[in-house]
Design a protein around this ligand. Structure first.
Ligand code: GLY
Length: 364
């Protein structure tokens, strides 16, 4: 197992390690037995992941000598709400989970967000461990301690910053990932290349055909490179006050498209269109070379992600949703743009006319 340290000493949160490898459940059991993060562990998963991996993972942890139980809740974003939190908390209480226990989030982004949220508030907080099973979870949402549930009014509106005590990334889980969910993660991986690492971007251009065939497993070096980029940003800006915003490249227009599509687009599909839009505005306002824009659009399309906005999603609807974005600061909507691949900047001053024209341009 390769290990990356997330070092948050002196910043109010404890540091932790990200372990990455293939088929590492035995190792996870051994490490948890050694570190004794909890006297007892409760694995919390969802109804998609638990039938595939829950029992096998539970057995590995039992075999390592851990006192561990498994519970699940219905899979899907619609579960990411206060009712699920109350239901899980009640079940935890009934089964005697107390402050000496640690939670294990086994699943994708929704599981990680809910379990992290519960861990941050249950009995005034418990340690939790992230075991992400999706590509998005592995390269992004399991790292950095953002926890959240949705309100009727919008996504992720109740949440905390609460760092996990460890993250374990087992690439074996990716083998059972449906194609669309896999592509969802590819969009975030492309984003890392764009915002931070021209070398990674070039590597993706070269390796994307092999990655798409999913033969021989997902390249560990790519996941590791993404995790290192994320951890560097989190170490500098744990509370998302500045440089961590770079992770939102493509997300401003992307989130608005995702919501306007009524979630018919996955997050990764929507942010692919958002990245294309951000690259085009970067070309107009910040001198992003045409060649870089073309490379971004080609890589998105090579990954099997959309590059065209369908007519059924109205520009007015997207603009209206941009105006209610929770990342807005007063009337200013923050965008992440690019000088070139690997060199991002934050800009709050884009006119509605430019945004509108760019969104219309996504239809061609
Ligand atoms: N997924 C964006 C962040 O963790 O800041």
């Amino acid at each position: 197992m390769n290990v990356i340290n997330v070092s948050l000493e002196g910043k109010g949160s404890a540091s932790y390690q990200i372990g990455i490898g293939y088929d590492i459940a035995d190792g996870i059991g051994r490490i948890l037995a050694e570190k004794q993060l909890g006297a007892r562990y409760a694995i919390i998963s969802d109804s998609s992941v638990s039938p595939l991996h829950g029992e096998a993972f539970l057995k590995k942890l039992h075999d390592a000598g851990l006192n561990v139980s498994l519970m699940e809740f219905p899979a899907g974003e619609h579960s990411k709400n206060i009712n699920t939190v109350l239901d899980i908390a009640a079940r935890m209480l009934a089964s005697g989970v107390d402050r000496k226990c640690a939670l294990i989030a086994l699943g994708g982004g929704v599981v990680g967000d809910i379990v992290g949220f519960i861990a941050s508030v249950y009995m005034r907080s418990l340690p939790y461990i992230q075991v992400p099973t999706t590509l998005v979870g592995q390269v992004d949402s399991s790292i950095g301690g953002k926890t959240a549930i949705d309100l009727r009014e919008g996504k992720n509106l109740l949440g905390t910053f609460y760092q996990p005590s460890a993250v374990f990334i087992d690439l074996k889980f990716l083998e059972t990932l449906p194609e669309r969910e896999f592509n969802n993660g590819l969009a975030e991986i492309i984003k890392y290349g764009i915002i931070d690492d021209e070398g990674l971007f070039g590597l993706l251009e070269k390796e994307m055909p092999a990655v798409k065939k999913r033969k021989g497993g997902f390249p560990e070096h790519i996941v590791e490179r993404c995790c290192r980029i994320k951890k560097n940003l989190v170490e500098i800006d744990e509370r998302d006050q500045g440089i961590r915003h770079f992770l939102n490249f493509g997300h401003t227009i992307g989130h608005a498209i995702e919501a306007a599509s009524e979630y018919a687009f996955t997050h990764g599909e929507a942010i692919s269109l958002g990245m294309k839009a951000a690259a085009r505005i970067s070309g107009r306002l910040h001198g992003l070379p045409l060649q870089d824009r073309e490379r971004i659009e080609n890589l998105i399309s090579q990954a099997g992600l959309p590059t065209r906005l369908p007519e059924r999603i109205a520009t007015d609807d997207i603009i209206a949703r941009l105006k209610t974005d929770k990342k807005k600061d007063g009337d200013t909507i923050h965008f992440v743009f690019l000088h070139k691949i690997g060199s991002p900047l934050i800009n709050g001053g884009v006119t509605e006319a430019v945004v509108r024209e760019t969104i219309e341009g996504l239809r061609k």
